[in-house]
Design a protein around this ligand. Structure first.
Ligand SMILES: *Cc1c(COP(=O)(O)O)cnc(C)c1O
Length: 370
């Protein structure tokens, strides 16, 4: 029998989350962002649930080829554009739309021989200071692209740094509007946080944000982009991944007994603990605060105790006296009887975010699609 750990991808939840996104931005077309192997879920595994999107956005050319191999004939956008000249061959062959964020990419495009002109998303650096043309250089870049025979159509794109809170989006939006106001072309703004917080959903919308193409990522997978300000329940999202395992051993502790490497947990009272087949080699976090991380045992909420090791972790069974070897443990997502444990809460207990945790799911974990 294999180790009992298993991840389940919930196709219905992906569909639900996509329709939730459309509720917030009913007029926009949706790029389903599936970079990083669909945020750790597996590109082929999420395809069925997300094929109702208008296009797929990603980074790797081989992921784009995988999508074409799955039969997707609609738009595919390379969010970082090409990295070298020969990538443009593949863009022509696979009909990929690509971001242009720097002059080196325009140079490559100018030397690329193609009969099929490309659809370009020209990226403005409106304040994030990662990728994109500075406001003062943006219009020159647009003019350069506009005369290239290799270019069919230019759309305009920017990315927000603080859509989930903090400084908000107003300043970057103002820069984008000032620089692009008289340029033709479709607009693409809005990651998950901008869609949920700043597009017209009742009670949450901040006037003024519209976008022809929106780019939801994490929201599709059922994590909150602005936890803890809002939970998945607040946003009406469902987890697209559940990570579950089982208890493989139990131990009974006396007062003062310690657990695991470094003896970091010391039993304050007599207690039973369960040893779970899940460790950091499965993608679980090793670090957490003194309260451990939340887990469900038989659908009942409890917490980890002691250090997470490579293949195993230990959990307090006090709230679940009937738990024993073989009992189900839900690390995140939902238990098989439907109790929810949001990945955002697990991540927060380890000092990180749901994004990082889902992307880190290890290759050794078997995955099934439900
Ligand atoms: C990853 C990414 C997104 C999606 O971000 P989420 O916060 O997951 O919605 C959108 N746009 C760009 C350019 C990205 O790189």
């Amino acid at each position: 029998m294999p180790r009992p750990i298993q991840a389940t991808i919930h196709t219905e939840a992906l569909r639900h989350n996509l329709s939730r996104v459309r509720q917030s931005a009913p007029d926009a077309r949706v790029w389903a962002v599936v970079k990083a192997n669909a945020y750790g879920h597996g590109l082929a595994r999420v395809f069925e649930g997300l094929r109702g999107a208008d296009g797929f956005a990603l980074l790797d050319l081989d992921e784009a080829a995988t999508l074409r191999g799955l039969g997707w004939r609609g738009p595919i956008l390379l969010l970082e554009g090409v990295f070298e000249l020969r990538d443009l061959e593949l863009c022509s062959r696979l009909d990929l739309w690509h971001t242009v964020h720097c002059n080196a990419q325009i140079d490559m495009l100018a030397t690329h021989k193609t009969h099929v002109p490309h659809r370009i998303f020209l990226k403005l650096n409106s304040g994030m200071n990662r990728l994109g043309f500075a406001p003062a250089q943006f219009r020159a870049a647009w003019a350069r692209l506009n005369v290239l025979p290799q270019v069919e159509e230019i759309s305009l794109l920017t990315h927000f740094s603080d859509a989930d809170g903090g400084a908000g989006i107003a300043q970057q939006l103002a820069v984008f509007e000032r620089i692009t106001q008289d340029l033709p072309g479709e607009r693409s703004l809005s990651n998950s946080a901008a869609i949920l917080r700043h597009m017209g959903h009742a009670g949450h919308g901040e006037a003024g944000l519209s976008s022809d193409w929106i780019r939801p990522g994490v929201v599709l997978y059922g994590a909150s982009p602005d936890h803890p300000a809002h939970s998945v329940a607040d946003w009406g999202l469902q987890p697209a991944m559940s990570l579950r395992s089982r208890i493989v051993a139990t131990q009974t502790l006396d007062v003062g007994d310690t657990v695991g490497y470094g003896s970091t947990f010391c039993a304050p009272v007599p207690m039973r603990i369960g040893v779970v087949a899940c460790g950091y080699a499965d993608g679980y976090m090793r670090s957490s605060g003194p309260q451990g991380t939340p887990v469900l045992v038989n659908g009942v909420r409890t917490r980890s105790v002691g250090r997470v090791s490579m293949d195993l972790m230990t959990v307090d069974l006090t709230p679940v006296p009937d738990a024993d070897i073989g009992s189900e443990v839900t690390l995140w997502g939902q238990s098989s009887d439907g109790v929810l444990l949001p990945i955002d809460e697990v991540a927060a207990a380890g000092g990180t975010i749901g994004y990082e945790l889902m992307c880190a799911l290890a290759a050794r974990v078997p995955v099934v699609v439900a």
